[in-house]
Ligand binder design. Structure first.
Ligand code: DX5
Ligand code: ZN
Length: 218
């Protein structure tokens, strides 16, 4: 099963509510919320008030991507406000097992992310605590970047390990995904597809439906 996960980072914030409703009506199951702290990544995006507001109106699975140093500081509040899944970066957290366990104890799904230059081996010690691995396919921090081709081999490597040892773990990719490279990524083994610009720029309904049709056909 493949899951489309539109990233609101690329939305028009004047129209945020309407655009999320379009994504939901068009059949996307997940919504990706990119939280940036200006430290782990250069930019600052949005956080708790947006999450809280979206939760009140939307039933989409809220997939919160923490591009934040020491994300353990925010777990309780994120989940209290409605996060369904919280993904932390291996590069940003010195207490990974404790943080993943806390996410589980509070009733949410765990995700563990690696940057394009971080090897797959960095997530392996934590796999028993992980519901989803996120392989970044751009340098985190900004939407609208080009997909880094070197990441395809990492997706294949991770898929091999998941299939062999952790069949329930999802494999998410994030950054530079378009209809043009979707098949390559699905073939490599990704099954949670984050995409910002390719959904929110242009006709949102049509974009979601095009992605879903393609993902169901594979
Ligand atoms: C990048 C974010 C992504 C971003 C993807 O740091 O983590 O989720 O929104 O945007 P696109 O699909 O435009 O590359
Ligand atoms: Zn993201």
């Amino acid at each position: 099963m493949n899951y489309l996960c539109p990233s609101i980072l690329a939305a028009d914030f004047w129209e945020l509510g309407k655009q999320i409703a379009l994504v939901e009506q068009s059949g996307a199951p997940y919504l990706h919320i990119d939280v940036m702290d200006g430290m782990f990544v250069p930019s600052i995006s949005f956080g708790m008030p947006v999450l809280e507001c979206v939760r009140k109106k939307s039933k989409l699975f809220m997939d919160v991507h923490m591009m934040v140093e020491q994300p353990e500081r925010y777990i309780e509040e994120l989940i209290r406000l409605g996060a369904d899944g919280v993904t932390i970066h291996v590069e940003a957290c010195n207490c990974i097992p404790e943080t993943l366990s806390k996410i589980h104890a509070l009733g949410a799904k765990t995700g563990l992310a690696i940057n394009p230059k971080t090897p797959v081996s960095a997530v392996l010690p934590y796999m028993d605590l992980v519901d989803m691995v996120l392989i970044m396919t751009v340098q985190p921090g900004f939407g609208g970047q080009s997909y880094i081709m070197d990441c395809v081999d990492k997706i294949k490597e991770m898929r091999g390990i998941i299939n062999q040892h952790y069949p329930d773990v999802k494999l998410e990719i994030d950054g530079g995904v378009t209809l043009g490279n979707l098949k390559m990524n699905l073939d490599a083994g990704a099954n949670v597809i984050v995409t910002g610009s390719a959904i929110f720029k242009g006709d949102i309904e049509r974009n979601v439906k095009d992605f879903l049709r393609y993902m169901e056909a594979v």
